[in-house]
Design a protein around this ligand. Structure first.
Ligand SMILES: [Zn+2]
Length: 227
């Protein structure tokens, strides 16, 4: 039933809350190793646009206001993995989200003759994350970015760039909202982390470090297994 599926050499799952730098790291892994990032949102849109069988099924569900089932997402992933560009490997972002989805993914990978190489959890310090995001504000006139703790204007209340005196904050950049996002992430992801820990493929990386350090740590994970 697999047809001529391509077998990816590396299957990397990236886990991390918003702000942990998943997108940045995924792009660097594409550059460094020729991996292909498969984001479920993009895959879904592409399948609907291409009018594949799974895409048509997804479209019907979405038009009825429903949630696309795991079966449909897996079917779309299976179609995508038949393309030869995934031979070096794939990075999954946004899927799986539950232990049930992780099991379905394992079955699909087994069909393709492979398995999850590593599930990398980009770990953040919640308090530091809240400070980082909640302290952000910008000049209302020119958009220059500032931060309560890390980058105040040279003269208090006056924009360094344009001399403007009005500043604004995004409504969702407040401590409560950021903490709520992080708590929701931890609650949702805990079973998934436990699942991959049991399989022995979980790798925890400190995502509060420098981007270059995280990149190097990811490179070590990929090259250890892809050799
Ligand atoms: Zn300004």
């Amino acid at each position: 039933m697999t047809g001529n599926a391509t077998t990816p050499e590396t299957v990397l799952i990236l886990l991390g809350p918003p702000g942990a730098g998943k997108g940045t790291q995924a792009r660097m892994l594409e550059e460094d190793f020729g991996l292909v990032q498969l984001s479920t949102g993009d895959l879904l849109r592409a399948a609907v646009a291409a009018g594949t069988e799974a895409g048509k099924a997804a479209k019907a569900v979405m038009e009825a206001g429903g949630l696309v089932s795991d079966e449909i997402v897996i079917a779309i992933l299976r179609d995508r993995m038949a393309a030869p560009d995934v031979a070096r490997g794939i990075i999954l972002d946004g899927f799986p989200r539950t232990a049930g989805q992780a099991e379905a993914l394992d079955k699909l990978l087994a069909e393709a003759g492979t398995r999850v190489t590593a599930a990398v959890s980009l770990e953040v310090d919640d308090a530091a994350m809240v400070e980082r995001v909640a302290g952000r504000y910008t000049c209302a006139n020119c958009g220059e970015g500032y931060h309560d703790s890390f980058k105040q204007p040279a003269v208090a209340g006056i924009c360094d760039k344009c001399g403007g005196t009005a500043f604004k904050r995004r409504a969702d950049d407040n401590a409560e909202t950021v903490q709520a996002r992080l708590t929701a992430y931890h609650d949702q992801t805990a079973p998934l982390i436990a699942y991959y820990e049991r399989q022995g493929v979980l790798r925890r990386l400190d995502a509060m470090g420098a981007i270059a350090e995280i990149r190097a740590a990811l490179a070590r994970i990929v090259s250890t297994v892809a050799a």
